[in-house]
Every structure is written in C-alpha cells, then in structure tokens.
Ligand binder design. Structure first.
Ligand SMILES: Nc1ncnc2c1ncn2[C@@H]1O[C@H](COP(=O)(O)OP(=O)(O)OP(=O)(O)O)[C@@H](O)[C@H]1O
Length: 874
C-alpha cells in the first residue's frame, strides 16, 4: 500500500538527506538500524542478515541493524570496506518526547523521539583505539589547485599533527604517494582532480577562511610565528578544517599548530618508485615483504608511525640527516642504554592518540591513565638519557620535551585507580582517599550492602527458609527470592513481605527494610557516579590545558624510539653509518638488499654483498648478465641504501658514501610490473617519460630492463635512446640493467658510462649463479640455462638450442641486431640537429598577422597551412 510515510520514516528520510552518501546509522533503542540501499550495502560488507521493516511507496523497506554496544567493531569493518557512516543518535528520551508532544499539543501516543546526526565516522577522522592501526598514521588530506600550483593540508587527527605544503601540479602525484591519505578531499569543480576524492564545495577552500580559522583555533593574531604559509596552503587548510567541522557536526578535533613543509626539504619519490622499492607495502599489497616490515624494530606504535613517515619522506637537508644519524649512533654505541630505553618504551602507552580522543571529547578514564603512565615513562626515559654525557643535539632537544609534567602526573596518579575502565558511566575509576565525600558515599553503599547481607540472614532465620536469597537484577532492583514451595509462607498478609513476581520455580518479594537499604545504595551510587563524572571533567580539562606539551612529549618519545630501533636494526644486520656528501656520488662497499638478505637467511642461504661506485665521471652503470643473476636486487639495494641514508638510518653495507639526491626514481621493465588498466608497456613508457622530464643532475635513477615489454628491435632502440638521454641530458647517477648485449657498444661513445655484469658459471652443464658483480660486459645471456634450471622440459630446451644456433649463425652473417649501430651519431648531436632543422610550418604561422586578417583570408590561410603541413610530412 502506498501512502504518506510514517513520521518515523519522514524523520529518517530527512536525516538521510543530511547524511548524503554516508550510510545512516539510525539509533533505535539498543540498535543502530540501516534502511534501504544503506542496509543492502552494510549487510553485504558486514555479512549480516538483511530483513525488511514496513513499507515505503508500496515496497517493503530493506533493513539491517547492529547492536549499539558492538557498534565499534562493525564501524571498523565498514570503514575498512570504504564506507562513511553518519551516526544519528536519539537526542531525547521517550519521556522527554512525550513531554514535548504535550507541550506542542500533538498526540502523545504518537510522539517520536528527536534524532540528530551527531558525527560522521570516516576513514580520515577516526580517533577510536579499536578503529585505528597502532603502527600506521591515519591521514586526512585536502588538496586544492590555485593558479599554477596545488595546496595540500594533511592532518592526523588521532594525534593532532597538521602539515601544509604547496607543490607544482606536476609534483602532486608524488606528494600524494608520500602522504598515503586515508581520505582525500578536493573541490568539486576541479576537472583534473586526483582519483578517489571526496568532493567538497569550492566555497570551503578559501585561503582567507583558512587563515582566519587557524588563527582562531590556535588563538593567535598572526600565523607568522608558525611559519611561512602560502595562499594555496591556507586554501587547503580551509577545506580540511571545514570538512572536520562537518564530520564532527561543529566540534573540531585536536589540532596542533600547522607546520609548513618546504618543497625541497625531501627526497622526492613518485608513486611508481615507492611501489617498485616496496617501501611501506610489498608489490602484492600488505606490509609483509616490504622494507618497513624488514627494518621496523620500534617498541611503540607511535615510533612505528614515525618511522613510516621518515621512510616515506627521506630528507634532503644534510644537517637534518646528520642530526638523525648522530642519535642513531648514540644508541648504536651504547647497548645498555638502548636496551633500557627500549624496555621502558615497550611499557609506554600511546599518549598521542589518548590525547587525541580526550581533546575530541571521546576520551575515557583509561585514556587518562594512559596519559598518566605515558608521561611517567617519558620521565624515566629522560632520566636515562640525561644521565649520559655527550648527548647529540637532536636527542638533547627530545629530552627537553619529555619532562615538565610532574604536577599533572602526580595529580592523575592520586586521582585514578591503577587500571581504570574504558566505560565511565558506572564510575569506579577515581581512587580511594582522593575525595573524602566520594569515599563516604562509597562507604554508605558499602554499609547498605552489608546491611542487605544481614537482612538476608535475618529473613532466613525468621522464615525458617535457608534457601531464601536476596538478589538483584536490572528490572526489579533488589528482591527476596524463595523456591516456589516456600512461597506461601511469605505470602501471608502479616509476613512483612510484599509479593512482586511468581516465576516457574521461585517467588519474589520485597520488604520495607530491603527497600530502604536499596534506596540508600541507589542514591549513594548515583551521587558517587556524579562525583566521579565531575572529577573526570576536571582531569580532562587539565590534560587539555597541557595538550601541546603532551603532544610534544609524544612526538619526542616516537623520535627516540625510532633512533633506538634503527640502532637495534643496525646492530642486528651489521649496518654502517653512511657518510653524507654534497657532491653526487654513491660509493657502497659490501652493499646488501635488506629484504632479500633476510629472506635468504630464513632458508639458510647467504646473500652476496656487492660494491657500487658512482661518481661524476662514472655515473652510469650498464648491468648485464643472466636472468635470476641478481640485477634487479643490486639496483634496488643501492636505491634503498641511498633512501635509508637520507631518512637518517644506518645502511646495509660495510661502508657507504652517499651524495645527497633530490629525487629518486625506480622503474622496472614491463614484464615485472603488475600495474593494471593500461597495457604494461604503456605504463613503462609513461613512467620512463616522467623520469626523462623530471630527473636532474642530483637525482638517482634505477632502470630495470626498460624496453623489454615490446618487440626486440623497438625495445632495444628505446633502451638505447633512454641510456643516451640519461647520459647526455640528465647527467644523473643511474644504474641500468638490461639483457640487450648490443647496448654495451654505448660504452664507446658515452664516457661516463661503464659496463658491468652479474657473474655466472657453467659447471658440468649446469648454470651456477654467483650473484656477484664484475666489471665488463656480460659474455652471453644464459637464457636457456636459466630455463633449464627452472625445470623447462629437456626436449623443449633441446629444440630452443637448435633455434638459437640458427639465429646465431644468421647474426654472424648479417652483423645481427646491432648491425649498423656503430656509426650511429650521438644522441646530443641528433637532438641538436633536430632543433636546428627549419620548420616551414612554424615559420608560416609566425609570419601571420592575425589582427589584419578578414574571416575569408583566415580560412584561406588555414588551407594554405594544411597544404604546407602535408608537404612537410611527405
Ligand atoms: N646478491 C645476492 N646474493 C644472493 N642471492 C641473490 C643476490 N641477488 C639476488 N639473489 C637471488 O636471486 C634471485 C633473483 O634476483 P633478481 O631478481 O635480482 O635477478 P635478475 O638478474 O634481475 O633476474 P631477471 O633478469 O630474471 O629479472 C633473488 O630472488 C635472490 O633469491
């Protein structure tokens, strides 16, 4: 039957309009219910039953629900499933709704409790411990284009950290790859916006609003003291804050003063480089097998988050890198200190996130105790570090930030029980002896409980019923219960008991004495809970007051944890402190790939360390050798060593001299690439184009079998041209792995290029891969031997060998693939020649005086140009 929607449905639909594309959790008593399409989506993601409730427009309404007490777990799964959720709570009790109906003169029987959306839960705005991953930051990022650049605002509201930056549009992908946002906001009128954004109104992104909001939030008259913020940065900040306000329905979470991120402060790495180096995630997705999984020895979640950030954004400033390295060295050289500090850190709760929850108004007594314990541990770390002389500058600064909370810690220690609950409505978290009034309320209810126990004994004796019990439940409160067979005795009019309930096997009663004691308990309990609540508010107020200092302590603990953890890893793997240089060099002795080395070690195999020596005069290494010989591993290990060094870590090598790089590029040939959507060869070429347009003399590039995704001739020609361009134009440090022997002829013309190969040997007809790098070109390709090693059947190998012999004979006769390459002019020479060649079309266009043309003449001119173009083509 179709008809007017019920009042409840009207209320639901209005809230749903407000919720937009977020799923609406509609509170009904002890459940959050979802309806219509929301119900279908949620039931699918959560794998819960989809039912129906009533009708709308003549159709049954799909519905599913989750219990309120378990909502957090379901929310976590929905958010992981890519959903956003609007929570609509009841904002009055049924009694209040009836009262309102009476006041408004509407039928009381049909009164509907008011509901309102109190919060949007989205991936980027989480603070709940259960919804956050302890070892990963959770970033909300806003981007906005303004003139030729883009402003970015990033914040982790679980800790309040906020950063603003500006970058050219071309560098946006790299910046977003570095940040790895959980949620990305952008104005809705931006046609070239990155994929998967949440579109927000353009009016949210006004730079003047951003400036004004930041000033108000941090109660300052000017932002100058915080840093140099450009218009695009402030516009992005405006968009970010507007969204936070929307998600929190007017309440803003904890935000620390913004930090301006300088554009050249970091080693730039784009998304493809990060993916191919498997820094935070392995190629298959997930942390297992990634660099961070292999090196993270942090004792705390906050440390692990800081390490992930350090690896995502290695530094480009030598002083800052040396400062980090010095703190790692301090822990490296002092095993006892390292063990002590890490021992304490392991006990330290995540105070940054506890603080985030408290400031956002979602804190619990347990969060207060985490602040108490975390600050106390910070103090212990400070004492340990401070006791040693020669503290490096960075650690000394961190030490400074660890203290200064004595009064707060003392207050929290006196006020709270050792392990308070996460739920505060029942009380029980304020310690005894803290508040005498509270103590006496507790004593009253304690006494009443004793009195009830005494009553029970008295009633047993008085009625001669040893099985009589005084019990409690939520519905009846306290009551007296006897088995059914004894019920009659207590039913008598003069027994002093009043009947309340008859059950299958028992009868329940009340008595005046019990009622009095129960009332005493209830009153004292309610007062005690109210008193605890008041203390909670005061304590939270004190914590909020000190929020910036607490956040600084949390950040300092994380930084110390990272330094100690990197030292631990360095000792474990026998890593070395890199020597940082300004000139573009890379001199690695005994370098290893940490992830491959660890994987080999697990199966009892040994990793073969290799050297790499790049300098201005010898900056391009062409590396050949058999498949599986270790070329890719060698390329990546050197990129990782450079990246780790710039992140401030020791490196997996016997020694390393690392010239600072501005950008790092890593590209793998098409067949190694798992990218989808475009053809793999297309991806390879798009990425190669990016390198050729962006790398500078200070960059470090690794190219792994570029060109192998297409036909041999095309691939070799491309690889040839790319090597030449890298050598002649970019002039950056580069390792280039290839199977094309023919490329070795480039050594004749490119003087900063040298030839290398991974060694292999044939032993009694079988191939032995030595994984050892040697100078000179590879003698042959060993492709068939590797195929044999891989188990390709002998007849196939035999046939392939026959084909190969034929091909090789042909090559001898014709000069082979590389025939004719010898007299190829150099890339730079041809590029210049291209530039110098006259272009008649261009010249004709330049000669046109557009303003002087009539429409007819303009048309004629166009025809003439087209003719010229055709002639030139031919
Ligand atoms: N230095 C090394 N020491 C020991 N084992 C190594 C070393 N380098 C590589 N390996 C082993 O060899 C395997 C193949 O290495 P890698 O992928 O680097 O070879 P490749 O030459 O790039 O091969 P392809 O040309 O087929 O891509 C690795 O998975 C690893 O097990």
């Amino acid at each position: 039957m179709s008809g007017k929607p019920t009042p409840m449905m009207q209320q639901y639909l209005a809230l749903k309009r407000e919720a937009g594309d977020a799923l609406l959790f509609y509170r009904m008593g002890d459940f959050f219910e979802l309806f219509f399409e929301d119900a279908r989506v949620a039931a699918g993601v959560l794998d819960i039953a989809l039912t129906t409730r009533g009708e709308h427009d003549g159709e049954p309404v799909p519905m599913c629900g989750v219990p309120v007490h378990a909502a957090e777990g379901y929310l976590a799964r929905l958010i992981k499933g890519g959903c956003r959720v609007a929570i609509a709570e009841q904002t009055e009790t049924p009694d209040e709704a009836k009262e309102r109906a009476r006041r408004e003169g509407t039928p009381v029987s049909k009164s509907l409790v008011a509901r309102d959306i109190v919060r949007f839960v989205t991936a980027g705005t989480l603070t709940e411990e259960a919804l956050l991953e302890p070892r990963r930051a959770n970033l909300l990022v806003a981007v906005v284009p303004l003139r030729d650049s883009v402003g970015l605002a990033a914040c982790d509201i679980s800790t309040g950290r906020m950063e603003l930056e500006e970058c050219p549009i071309a560098a946006l992908d790299a910046a977003l790859a570095r940040l790895g946002a959980s949620e990305l906001l952008a104005p809705d009128d931006w046609p070239d916006a990155p994929a998967d954004i949440i579109a927000r109104p353009r009016s949210d992104f006004r730079s003047e609003d951003g400036e004004a909001r930041l000033k108000t939030i941090h109660q300052i008259a000017t932002l100058d003291g915080l840093g140099d913020f450009s218009r695009p940065m402030l516009a992005a900040a405006a968009g970010l804050i507007a969204y936070l306000e929307h998600a929190g329905r007017g309440t803003l979470p904890f935000l620390l003063p913004p930090v301006a991120r300088g554009s050249g402060a970091h080693l730039a790495m784009d998304a493809a480089t990060r993916a191919s180096l498997e820094i935070l995630e392995a190629q298959g997705g997930g942390r297992a097998g990634s660099l961070i999984a292999c090196i993270d020895r942090c004792a705390t979640g906050a440390g692990a988050r800081q390490l992930a950030e350090d690896l995502s954004a290695p530094l480009a400033d030598r002083g800052a890198i040396e400062a980090r390295l010095a703190s790692v060295q301090h822990f490296h050289g002092d095993p006892l200190l390292r063990a002590d500090v890490r021992g304490v850190l392991r006990q330290a709760p995540d105070i940054g996130r506890a603080l985030g929850r408290l400031v956002a108004g979602r804190g619990s007594p347990r969060d207060l105790s985490q602040i108490r314990d975390g600050l106390a541990e910070a103090r212990r770390v400070r004492d340990m570090l401070g006791a040693r002389p020669d503290l490096p500058a960075l650690l000394a600064d961190m030490c400074e930030a660890l203290g200064g909370h004595a009064a707060l810690v003392d207050h929290l220690a006196r006020a709270l029980v050792p392990s308070p609950p996460t739920e505060r409505s029942q009380g029980g978290f304020i310690a005894a002896d803290y508040d005498h009034a509270l103590d006496s309320l507790r004593e009253t209810s304690g006494n009443a409980r004793k009195a009830i126990a005494a009553l029970e004994a008295r009633y047993r004796d008085g009625t001669g019923t040893p099985s009589l019990k005084i019990k409690h439940n939520k519905v009846l409160g306290y009551f007296i219960e006897v088995p059914a067979k004894h019920g009659d005795k207590l039913m008598a009019a003069d027994s002093g008991f009043t009947h309340r309930q008859t059950m299958a096997g028992a009868v329940r009663f009340n008595s005046i004495g019990l009622h009095e004691e129960a009332t005493r308990i209830a009153e004292a309990g309610a007062h005690a809970v109210a008193a605890e609540e008041a203390h909670f508010e005061t304590l939270v107020g004190e914590v909020i007051e000190a929020r910036e200092a607490i956040a600084a302590t949390a950040a300092a603990l994380a930084r110390i944890d990272v330094a100690a953890a990197l030292a631990e890893r360095a000792v474990e793997g026998d890593w070395a402190r890199p020597e940082m240089r300004d000139e573009p060099c890379l001199e690695i002795v005994g370098g290893r790939h940490p992830v491959v080395e660890a994987a080999l070690a697990r199966s009892g195999e040994r990793f073969v360390a290799n050297d790499c020596t790049l300098a201005q005069a010898n900056r391009l290494w062409l590396i050949g050798g058999p498949n599986m010989g270790g070329k890719s591993t060698f390329l990546r290990q050197n990129a990782l060593i450079l990246m780790l060094a710039q992140a401030g870590s020791y490196v997996p090598a016997n020694s390393a001299r690392v010239g600072l790089a501005d950008r790092l590029f890593s590209r793998v040939g098409a067949s190694d690439n798992l990218a989808r959507g475009r053809s793999t060869f297309m991806v390879e070429m798009v990425e190669t184009a990016a390198i050729l347009s962006q790398a500078t003399e200070r960059s470090f590039v690794i190219l792994d079998e570029v060109g192998r995704g297409t036909s041999t001739y095309d691939g070799m020609a491309l690889a040839w041209a790319v090597v030449e361009a890298v050598h002649e134009q970019l002039q950056c440090r580069c390792l280039f792995a290839t199977h094309y022997h023919e490329l070795s002829r480039l050594a004749e013309t490119c003087d900063a290029l040298s030839l290398h190969h991974v060694r292999a040997r044939e032993w009694k007809g079988d191939l032995v891969l030595l994984h050892e790098l040697a100078t000179g070109a590879a003698d042959r390709s060993y492709g068939l031997s590797v195929a044999k090693l891989a188990g390709v059947p002998a007849p196939v190998i035999k046939r392939a060998k026959a084909v190969l012999d034929k091909l090789e004979k042909g090559r001898e006769q014709t000069g082979g693939l590389g025939a004719g390459l010898g007299d190829l002019p150099l890339f730079a020479v041809t590029a210049q020649a291209e530039e110098a060649r006259p272009d008649p079309l261009r010249e004709a266009i330049e000669r046109i005086d557009v303003d002087a043309l009539s429409p007819r003449e303009a048309l004629d001119t166009l025809y003439a140009l087209q003719t010229t173009a055709r002639e030139t083509d031919a």
